[in-house]
Design a protein. Structure first.
Length: 306
């Protein structure tokens, strides 16, 4: 998590979401590949290359569901995408939202922190209980790869109030119990591992959506030392000013997926090729790159105006 925090300051806070559905790629381009999954891999690599060259993002988030939906070939593309991201020196976040009883969580940790699906950071759902988090922590040790996780805290979907905002009998909200546990795990790890004494954020971060403006300042101040993964910006309606508030203090990374992956659909620079069906892979990758740079500058501008 520390490296991601440092990269977010160096490259800007944008996280490019590779939630790549084959339907996001123009039909004439998909037809050039032996399968939709192969087209997705080519598109992912083209976007990664442009983003890395432009230094417009600090990380990529790969949502596993889109790859699972493509079957075995899709999971191979998922694996290759993660390897390609990690080869660039940027951070790969696997959006897998795992969380289960101890032995199962241990298997999930092995599956995603080692082997074919190895990644740098994962997302975890804590709502089966905090014992589900513990199996992931051992991989945070430097000798185990220094892995990290973002724990769901206050998500970007409208239904988040169904559970996360429920009031507890002893006072406070359910999400506050989760936030306290994220901080406790971070403090415990920092005190027990000399290599982490000087770190400015914990081994676990929190997922905090950019769609709840009323909560943004409260959450940022309450969890001042927790690094945030911030979904909801762009296509989900989250404004840059909300994301900027969440980027204060320990900071965070702001995810944009469809706004970048599907930027070619509204890009006037490629309107003629789009209208006559002659778009090339490099055209839509360039459009994604322009959207990525715009988003980076939008977020930095909003942050500077705080």
């Amino acid at each position: 998590m520390q490296l991601l925090q440092e990269l977010s300051l160096k490259n800007g806070p944008l996280c490019v979401g590779l939630d790549t559905d084959p339907s996001y790629i123009p039909e004439n381009i998909r037809a050039q590949y032996e399968s939709p999954a192969a087209a997705v891999l080519a598109y992912n690599k083209a976007i990664i290359d442009r983003v890395v060259a432009d230094k417009s993002a600090c990380c990529f988030k790969v949502q596993i569901a889109y790859y699972e939906a493509m079957g075995l070939e899709g999971m191979k593309v998922y694996s290759e995408t993660l390897k390609y991201i990690r080869s660039t020196g940027l951070i790969a976040i696997s959006d897998i939202k795992r969380g289960d009883i101890g032995a199962t969580s241990d298997a999930y940790a092995r599956a995603h922190f080692t082997g074919d699906f190895e990644t740098d950071i994962i997302t975890i759902n804590p709502y089966m209980g905090f014992d589900t988090l513990q199996p992931f922590t051992k991989y945070s040790a430097p000798e185990q790869g220094g892995k990290g996780a973002f724990v769901l805290l206050c998500t970007s979907n409208p239904g988040m109030t169904d559970i996360e905002h429920q009031k507890l009998e002893e006072g406070g909200l359910l999400l506050e119990r989760v936030g306290a546990e994220i901080e406790r795990i971070g403090d415990e790890f920092r005190y027990s591992c000399a290599d982490y004494n000087d770190q400015t954020c914990g081994i676990f971060g929190a997922v905090v959506g950019a769609t709840q403006e009323d909560d943004a300042r409260w959450l940022r101040d309450k969890y001042a030392n927790t690094f945030f993964l911030i979904p909801g910006y762009g296509a989900q309606g989250g404004a840059a000013r909300i994301a900027a508030t969440l980027l204060d203090k320990a900071g965070g990374t702001v995810n944009s997926s469809r706004g970048i992956l599907c930027a070619w659909k509204k890009d006037e620079e490629i309107a003629a090729a789009r209208d006559n069906g002659t778009l090339k892979l490099e055209d839509i990758a360039a459009s994604a790159a322009r959207a990525s740079l715009f988003s980076k500058n939008d977020l930095l501008g909003a942050k500077a105006s705080l």
